[in-house]
Write a protein that binds this ligand. Sequence first.
Ligand SMILES: Cc1cc2nc3c(=O)[nH]c(=O)nc-3n(C[C@H](O)[C@H](O)[C@H](O)COP(=O)(O)O)c2cc1C
Length: 352
Amino acid sequence: MSTWPDTRILDLLGIDVPIIQAPMAGATTAAMVIAANEAGALGSMPAATLSIEQLRAALTSIRQASTRPINVNFFCHQPPAADEERDRRWKALLEPYYRELGADFEAPTPVSDRAPFNDAACQVVEAFRPEVVSFHFGLPEKSLLDRVKATGAKVLSSATTVEEAIWLEQRGCDAIIAMGIEAGGHRGMFLSDDLNSQIGLMALVPQIVDAVTVPVIAAGGIGDARGIVAALALGASAVQIGTAYLFTPEATITASHHHALRHAQASETALTNLFTGRPARGIINRAMRELGAINPMAPAFPRSGGALIPLKAKDEAGFSNLWSGQALRLGKDTSTYELTRELAEQALAKLK
Ligand SMILES: Cc1cc2nc3c(=O)[nH]c(=O)nc-3n(C[C@H](O)[C@H](O)[C@H](O)COP(=O)(O)O)c2cc1C
């Protein structure tokens, strides 16, 4: 496949088509990464919900199947200090649901966790030497980042504002993922927690392109070739696509999530902090409708989800996080390989 108008990302990351299959913790499998790679895109393996052993196993199987460049993705939040009083008040708010659904309110609250990038994770990077490492929620502390860079990995991170993009470039990011408000999953925001700072991709991409010299990758609401061409026209060098890959057989999502993705309207997603404590875009369900999608009582990331786990076990659709971007109606039942090839071929045809 040839003649993309901007080859900076292709040259930087060693890929054939300017598409990054987005890392989606809990949904992306090694099989998805391998298939995206085979189609010439950059496959991304998310680490946030994996143990170190599970991450090693996933990377081993990817490396055995493919010699192409891969991206490994980490969350780099600071785990919060314990706040038992806040946890208690949060669970008390949920008590009526425990009673209604027959969940055991007195049982110890399960722990909801997301792994932050740390020494053990860095050792995995040093052992497997992925060609690309991407971060969400900023960057890890400098000593860890230096170790990642010493492996030769290209470093990417998400920016949700122009200020974040400049901050990331100043700290050595090789490319910036401009994450528009349309995107599914957690907002990558890290310099501010003001949701009013979060803007749409159409406004975000050109302003970031003007503010940094490194290539920009557009993410959020891109579900077909039209979105890819539009992002490139705005100055992006590549796109990162998540929600469209949730429809592929290589995604591991629950039956409720599948059903919601297929039946929700594009207007039925919202930003919510209920499930982890950080704002993330998902399909509106009972918990979001009744507790308010953004509830100030939710404990800090990633603790708030713990008290919801027993409710999720009783009513998965109503109380689990159904992450999705706004372009969900563009999703199609097709394989990761076919989706990636089709996106690239149709975008190229439009660019001629
Ligand atoms: C189910 C789901 C899980 C996600 N998990 C992660 C993650 O682990 N790390 C990350 O950097 N971004 C994560 N994201 C964000 C995606 O990488 C990507 O930026 C986003 O999906 C792009 O927007 P789109 O969904 O509209 O295509 C997730 C998104 C979804 C939908």
